[in-house]
Design a binder for this molecule. Structure first.
Ligand SMILES: [Zn+2]
Length: 126
């Protein structure tokens, strides 16, 4: 019997994500979570580091967050992935969790349409 196995609960995952989003350091680019605030909040919620890292692994696997080792060697850094990002080619808003390859056809169509509209609007042609 392995009693040290962490049973990950949905509410823990939800809390971790909620806190991570709330602790995003808006002064810095890249949606970085302020780790001190984050850890303090985790302590306040009585979540131990193991539960937190399990929850982060779960969120990471689903593209909600990106985690990477801190350059200072002091643990993990978290970046919260924005749920939407704007395609720089066709300006369409995309869900980050969708596979981007699915957008390629659509993107090319939209770009062609944009080019056509541009010609109509600004290109003269008559
Ligand atoms: Zn696009």
């Amino acid at each position: 019997m392995s009693n040290d196995e962490v049973v990950l609960s949905g509410s823990v995952v939800g809390k971790v994500l909620e806190v991570a989003r709330a602790c995003v350091d808006e002064k810095r680019k890249g949606w970085f979570v302020n780790m001190k605030q984050f850890r303090d909040a985790m302590d306040a919620l009585n979540l131990d580091s193991r539960e937190v890292s399990e929850a982060l692994a779960y969120l990471k696997a689903r593209m909600y967050v990106i985690t990477f080792p801190d350059a200072d060697g002091g643990g993990t850094k978290i970046s919260v992935v924005p749920q939407w990002h704007q395609c720089r080619f066709c300006k369409m808003w995309l869900d980050m969790r969708d596979e981007r390859e699915h957008h390629i056809d659509d993107c090319l169509r939209r770009q062609a349409k944009m080019a056509r509209n541009q010609r109509l609007l600004f290109g003269g042609g008559w």
